[in-house]
Design a protein around this ligand. Structure first.
Ligand code: PGA
Length: 233
Protein backbone atom coordinates (compact mmCIF):
# COMPACT_ATOMS: atom_id res chain seq x y z
CA UNK A 1 0.00 0.00 0.00
CA UNK A 2 0.96 3.63 -0.46
CA UNK A 3 0.97 5.64 2.76
CA UNK A 4 1.54 9.35 2.16
CA UNK A 5 2.14 11.59 5.17
CA UNK A 6 1.03 15.17 4.69
CA UNK A 7 2.52 17.30 7.49
CA UNK A 8 0.84 20.42 6.06
CA UNK A 9 2.16 23.68 7.63
CA UNK A 10 3.18 22.18 10.97
CA UNK A 11 6.27 21.72 13.18
CA UNK A 12 9.16 24.01 14.03
CA UNK A 13 12.54 22.91 12.67
CA UNK A 14 13.48 21.40 16.03
CA UNK A 15 10.19 19.56 16.23
CA UNK A 16 10.64 18.29 12.69
CA UNK A 17 14.10 16.91 13.44
CA UNK A 18 12.91 14.96 16.48
CA UNK A 19 9.76 13.84 14.61
CA UNK A 20 12.03 12.53 11.87
CA UNK A 21 13.98 10.50 14.44
CA UNK A 22 10.72 8.94 15.62
CA UNK A 23 9.67 8.10 12.07
CA UNK A 24 12.93 6.19 11.61
CA UNK A 25 11.66 3.64 14.16
CA UNK A 26 8.52 2.93 12.20
CA UNK A 27 8.38 -0.55 10.75
CA UNK A 28 6.17 -1.17 7.78
CA UNK A 29 6.27 -3.16 4.57
CA UNK A 30 4.35 -0.35 2.86
CA UNK A 31 5.55 2.44 0.60
CA UNK A 32 5.77 5.37 3.02
CA UNK A 33 6.06 8.89 1.58
CA UNK A 34 6.79 11.88 3.81
CA UNK A 35 5.61 15.28 2.56
CA UNK A 36 7.10 17.77 5.02
CA UNK A 37 6.76 21.53 4.97
CA UNK A 38 8.87 22.66 1.99
CA UNK A 39 11.49 24.32 4.24
CA UNK A 40 12.44 20.93 5.67
CA UNK A 41 12.86 19.05 2.40
CA UNK A 42 16.61 19.56 2.59
CA UNK A 43 16.72 18.18 6.16
CA UNK A 44 15.12 14.89 5.13
CA UNK A 45 17.31 11.87 5.87
CA UNK A 46 15.20 8.74 6.33
CA UNK A 47 16.33 5.74 4.30
CA UNK A 48 13.17 3.64 4.17
CA UNK A 49 10.76 6.46 3.47
CA UNK A 50 10.35 8.36 0.18
CA UNK A 51 10.34 12.12 -0.02
CA UNK A 52 7.37 14.12 -1.28
CA UNK A 53 6.50 17.79 -1.64
CA UNK A 54 3.17 19.37 -0.70
CA UNK A 55 3.15 21.60 -3.75
CA UNK A 56 4.99 22.63 -6.92
CA UNK A 57 4.92 25.69 -9.13
CA UNK A 58 2.83 25.54 -12.30
CA UNK A 59 5.72 27.39 -13.97
CA UNK A 60 9.17 26.36 -15.05
CA UNK A 61 12.25 28.14 -13.59
CA UNK A 62 12.25 31.89 -14.12
CA UNK A 63 10.76 35.13 -12.83
CA UNK A 64 8.16 33.63 -10.45
CA UNK A 65 8.83 35.04 -7.00
CA UNK A 66 8.15 32.64 -4.16
CA UNK A 67 7.67 29.60 -6.39
CA UNK A 68 9.54 26.27 -6.35
CA UNK A 69 9.79 24.51 -9.70
CA UNK A 70 9.51 20.80 -10.47
CA UNK A 71 13.15 20.68 -11.62
CA UNK A 72 14.24 22.25 -8.30
CA UNK A 73 12.23 19.60 -6.43
CA UNK A 74 13.80 16.87 -8.56
CA UNK A 75 17.27 18.24 -7.76
CA UNK A 76 16.35 18.06 -4.06
CA UNK A 77 15.59 14.33 -4.57
CA UNK A 78 11.84 14.69 -4.26
CA UNK A 79 10.06 11.68 -5.81
CA UNK A 80 6.40 12.51 -5.13
CA UNK A 81 4.31 15.67 -5.02
CA UNK A 82 0.81 16.38 -3.73
CA UNK A 83 -1.15 18.39 -6.28
CA UNK A 84 -4.50 20.14 -5.97
CA UNK A 85 -5.09 19.56 -2.27
CA UNK A 86 -8.49 21.00 -1.35
CA UNK A 87 -6.82 23.40 1.11
CA UNK A 88 -4.83 24.91 -1.75
CA UNK A 89 -7.86 24.93 -4.05
CA UNK A 90 -9.62 26.92 -1.32
CA UNK A 91 -6.87 29.09 0.23
CA UNK A 92 -4.88 29.82 -2.94
CA UNK A 93 -7.82 29.56 -5.36
CA UNK A 94 -5.97 26.83 -7.23
CA UNK A 95 -7.99 25.82 -10.31
CA UNK A 96 -8.18 22.60 -12.34
CA UNK A 97 -6.12 24.46 -14.98
CA UNK A 98 -3.35 25.19 -12.44
CA UNK A 99 -3.47 21.55 -11.35
CA UNK A 100 -3.15 20.42 -14.98
CA UNK A 101 -0.09 22.65 -15.46
CA UNK A 102 1.51 21.34 -12.29
CA UNK A 103 1.08 17.74 -13.47
CA UNK A 104 2.70 18.73 -16.76
CA UNK A 105 5.67 20.19 -14.85
CA UNK A 106 6.12 17.16 -12.59
CA UNK A 107 5.81 14.22 -14.99
CA UNK A 108 8.82 15.10 -17.21
CA UNK A 109 10.90 15.37 -14.00
CA UNK A 110 9.88 11.84 -13.01
CA UNK A 111 8.14 13.11 -9.89
CA UNK A 112 5.00 11.08 -9.20
CA UNK A 113 2.01 13.36 -8.65
CA UNK A 114 -0.49 12.58 -5.90
CA UNK A 115 -3.55 14.28 -7.35
CA UNK A 116 -6.23 15.20 -4.80
CA UNK A 117 -9.88 15.19 -5.78
CA UNK A 118 -13.05 15.28 -3.74
CA UNK A 119 -16.46 16.81 -3.19
CA UNK A 120 -17.89 19.21 -0.61
CA UNK A 121 -20.69 18.14 1.73
CA UNK A 122 -23.12 20.23 -0.26
CA UNK A 123 -22.13 18.50 -3.51
CA UNK A 124 -22.56 15.11 -1.84
CA UNK A 125 -25.99 16.07 -0.49
CA UNK A 126 -26.99 17.21 -3.96
CA UNK A 127 -25.80 13.85 -5.38
CA UNK A 128 -23.11 15.65 -7.38
CA UNK A 129 -20.06 13.93 -5.89
CA UNK A 130 -19.40 11.66 -8.88
CA UNK A 131 -19.90 14.51 -11.31
CA UNK A 132 -17.44 16.69 -9.35
CA UNK A 133 -14.59 14.20 -9.25
CA UNK A 134 -15.17 13.16 -12.86
CA UNK A 135 -14.68 16.73 -14.03
CA UNK A 136 -11.70 17.28 -11.70
CA UNK A 137 -9.99 14.20 -13.13
CA UNK A 138 -10.82 15.05 -16.72
CA UNK A 139 -9.60 18.66 -16.44
CA UNK A 140 -6.47 17.73 -14.51
CA UNK A 141 -5.32 15.18 -17.08
CA UNK A 142 -6.14 17.19 -20.24
CA UNK A 143 -3.37 16.90 -22.84
CA UNK A 144 -1.39 14.33 -20.82
CA UNK A 145 -0.64 11.09 -22.68
CA UNK A 146 -2.13 7.85 -21.37
CA UNK A 147 1.35 6.53 -20.60
CA UNK A 148 2.04 9.57 -18.41
CA UNK A 149 -1.45 9.58 -16.87
CA UNK A 150 -0.95 6.04 -15.60
CA UNK A 151 1.85 7.25 -13.31
CA UNK A 152 -0.43 9.57 -11.33
CA UNK A 153 -1.67 8.47 -7.91
CA UNK A 154 -5.21 9.71 -7.28
CA UNK A 155 -6.12 10.66 -3.72
CA UNK A 156 -9.86 10.68 -3.17
CA UNK A 157 -10.44 13.05 -0.26
CA UNK A 158 -14.02 14.09 0.54
CA UNK A 159 -13.46 17.72 1.57
CA UNK A 160 -15.98 17.44 4.43
CA UNK A 161 -13.95 14.61 5.88
CA UNK A 162 -10.55 16.32 6.00
CA UNK A 163 -9.57 17.12 9.58
CA UNK A 164 -13.14 16.70 10.86
CA UNK A 165 -13.09 13.15 12.25
CA UNK A 166 -15.99 12.24 9.95
CA UNK A 167 -15.45 9.60 7.32
CA UNK A 168 -17.79 8.43 4.57
CA UNK A 169 -19.47 5.02 4.85
CA UNK A 170 -17.72 2.12 3.19
CA UNK A 171 -20.51 2.04 0.60
CA UNK A 172 -19.86 5.70 -0.25
CA UNK A 173 -16.11 5.11 -0.56
CA UNK A 174 -16.61 2.01 -2.70
CA UNK A 175 -18.95 3.89 -5.03
CA UNK A 176 -16.34 6.61 -5.61
CA UNK A 177 -13.40 4.21 -5.98
CA UNK A 178 -15.29 1.90 -8.35
CA UNK A 179 -16.18 4.88 -10.49
CA UNK A 180 -12.61 6.23 -10.58
CA UNK A 181 -11.13 2.81 -11.31
CA UNK A 182 -13.64 2.12 -14.09
CA UNK A 183 -12.43 5.28 -15.86
CA UNK A 184 -8.74 5.01 -14.93
CA UNK A 185 -8.07 1.29 -14.51
CA UNK A 186 -4.28 1.71 -14.46
CA UNK A 187 -4.01 4.27 -11.66
CA UNK A 188 -3.49 3.70 -7.97
CA UNK A 189 -6.21 5.33 -5.87
CA UNK A 190 -5.71 6.18 -2.21
CA UNK A 191 -8.12 7.50 0.42
CA UNK A 192 -7.66 10.67 2.51
CA UNK A 193 -9.82 12.35 5.14
CA UNK A 194 -9.62 11.72 8.91
CA UNK A 195 -8.20 8.21 8.49
CA UNK A 196 -6.81 7.12 11.86
CA UNK A 197 -5.77 4.15 13.98
CA UNK A 198 -9.39 3.56 15.05
CA UNK A 199 -11.42 3.88 11.87
CA UNK A 200 -8.83 1.91 9.87
CA UNK A 201 -10.60 -1.21 11.18
CA UNK A 202 -13.58 -0.20 9.03
CA UNK A 203 -11.69 1.33 6.10
CA UNK A 204 -9.41 -1.65 5.64
CA UNK A 205 -12.39 -3.78 4.59
CA UNK A 206 -12.52 -1.79 1.35
CA UNK A 207 -10.41 -3.78 -1.08
CA UNK A 208 -10.44 -1.04 -3.72
CA UNK A 209 -8.25 1.24 -1.54
CA UNK A 210 -4.57 1.21 -2.61
CA UNK A 211 -3.35 3.34 0.30
CA UNK A 212 -3.96 6.42 2.42
CA UNK A 213 -3.11 10.11 2.53
CA UNK A 214 -2.77 11.02 6.20
CA UNK A 215 -2.84 14.56 7.59
CA UNK A 216 -3.40 14.71 11.35
CA UNK A 217 -2.21 11.15 11.90
CA UNK A 218 1.07 11.85 10.11
CA UNK A 219 2.11 14.05 13.06
CA UNK A 220 1.66 11.28 15.64
CA UNK A 221 4.25 8.57 14.93
CA UNK A 222 3.01 6.21 17.67
CA UNK A 223 -0.58 6.27 16.44
CA UNK A 224 0.74 5.97 12.91
CA UNK A 225 2.59 2.80 13.86
CA UNK A 226 -0.64 1.37 15.33
CA UNK A 227 -2.46 2.31 12.12
CA UNK A 228 0.18 0.54 10.00
CA UNK A 229 0.04 -2.58 12.17
CA UNK A 230 -3.73 -2.73 11.89
CA UNK A 231 -3.57 -2.67 8.09
CA UNK A 232 -1.50 -5.86 8.33
CA UNK A 233 -3.92 -7.82 10.50
P1 PGA B 1 -6.56 14.53 7.70
O1 PGA B 1 -5.96 15.24 6.40
O2 PGA B 1 -6.04 13.12 7.71
O3 PGA B 1 -6.07 15.36 8.85
O4 PGA B 1 -8.05 14.57 7.56
C1 PGA B 1 -5.84 14.53 5.20
C2 PGA B 1 -5.37 15.47 4.13
O5 PGA B 1 -5.71 16.65 4.16
O6 PGA B 1 -4.62 15.08 3.23
Amino acid sequence: MIIALNNKCNLSKEEFLSYQQELKNIKSPHQLILCPTTLYINCFDIKNISLGSQNVSSFDNGAHTGEISASQLAAAKVDYCIVGHSERRQDQQETDKDVNQKLKQLLPQNITPILCIGETKEERNQKKALEKITSQLKNATLGISLEEQKKIIFAYEPIWSIGTGNIPTNEEVIEMFTHIKSQYPHNKVIYGGSANETNIETLKKIKEIDGYLLGGLSLKPKNLQTFLKKIEN
